[in-house]
Design a protein around this ligand. Structure first.
Ligand code: NAD
Length: 252
């Protein structure tokens, strides 16, 4: 596919066994990148690192809480001490919650924004200086179809709002750092075949499928391959873009 040899990539939230982050980490490693597997979940980190090394790739596991600046800075320091560069940041860590606005508390709203937007800000800011010095960087963030069409899959309005914030933030940053050789893009997946999908009641799952022209959820590999492309040299003139990956369930 796309060659990422000599690239160092950080993938946040890549310790989730059945999640998108692990497959992104595996896809980047498969293309030759050294991958930093960063997550809150220590057991999950170990599993992803093992999966990468068993497949012949290079990986470093780092415990990370994206909401905590000290934790983010410590991760970046560790990666720089180990590898001396950071080429790719995939902001994948994210949380959701099924709740109506009527029942939502300010604490719910704050918790979701803390991870999905403010954590993404902390991780992104922490790698900028290095990427600017290198005159090369790829920042790719996970938004969601929910940001663009107002939910309809699982999360509440706080989730949709946080993922919409990710789009605006990324476009603004793309303008700021284009001159430094750094591209900033988002992917907006629709429903993906992960634990969330499997947890939906049958009737809800049927309704969701009926709204997808392709008649099926996306596969994690279909998200990861788009991210591997955006991370590559070949995507050098794409910035401030959002790529929908949703089987046609939302078309701009
Ligand atoms: P997941 O819950 O399987 O994995 C998320 C990972 O993030 C977990 O390993 C978790 O430990 C980690 N995480 C959570 N909070 C963290 C924190 N504070 N610091 C560090 N790590 C933290 O989720 P997923 O379904 O794989 O989703 C991955 C991303 O894709 C999310 O941003 C999600 O919003 C987005 N997305 C998912 C879908 C879907 O259908 N699954 C659709 C659209 C967008």
């Amino acid at each position: 596919m796309f060659k990422l040899n000599d690239r160092v990539a950080i993938v946040t939230g890549s310790g989730s066994k059945k999640g998108i982050g692990r497959t992104i980490a595996l896809a980047l490693a498969d293309q030759g990148a050294t991958v930093v597997v960063a997550d809150l979940n220590l057991e999950g980190i170990e599993d992803t690192v093992n999966a990468i090394t068993e497949a012949g790739g290079r990986a470093l596991g780092v415990e990370l809480n994206v909401t905590n600046k000290e934790s983010v800075d410590a991760m970046v320091e560790k990666v720089l001490a180990e590898f001396g560069r950071i080429d790719i940041l995939v902001n994948n860590a994210g949380i959701s919650q099924k709740v109506t606005v009527q029942d939502m508390t300010l604490e719910d709203m704050t918790r979701v924004f803390n991870v999905n937007m403010f954590g993404l800000f902390l991780c992104t800011q922490a790698v900028l200086e290095t990427m600017k010095k290198q005159k090369f960087g790829r920042i790719i963030s996970l938004s969601s179809v929910s940001a663009k069409r107002g939910g309809g899959v699982f999360g509440g309005a706080h989730y949709s709002a946080s993922k919409a914030a990710v789009l605006g933030f990324s476009k603004n940053l793309a303008r700021e750092v284009a001159v430094d050789g750094i591209t900033v893009n988002c992917v907006a997946p629709g429903l993906v075949n992960t634990e969330i999908w499997k947890s939906l009641p049958e009737a809800d799952a049927r309704n969701v499928i009926a709204s997808i022209p392709m008649g099926r959820p996306g596969e994690v590999k279909e998200i990861a391959s788009t991210i591997a492309f955006l991370a590559s040299e070949e995507a050098s003139y794409i910035t401030g873009e959002e790529i929908d990956i949703n089987g046609g369930s939302h078309m701009d």
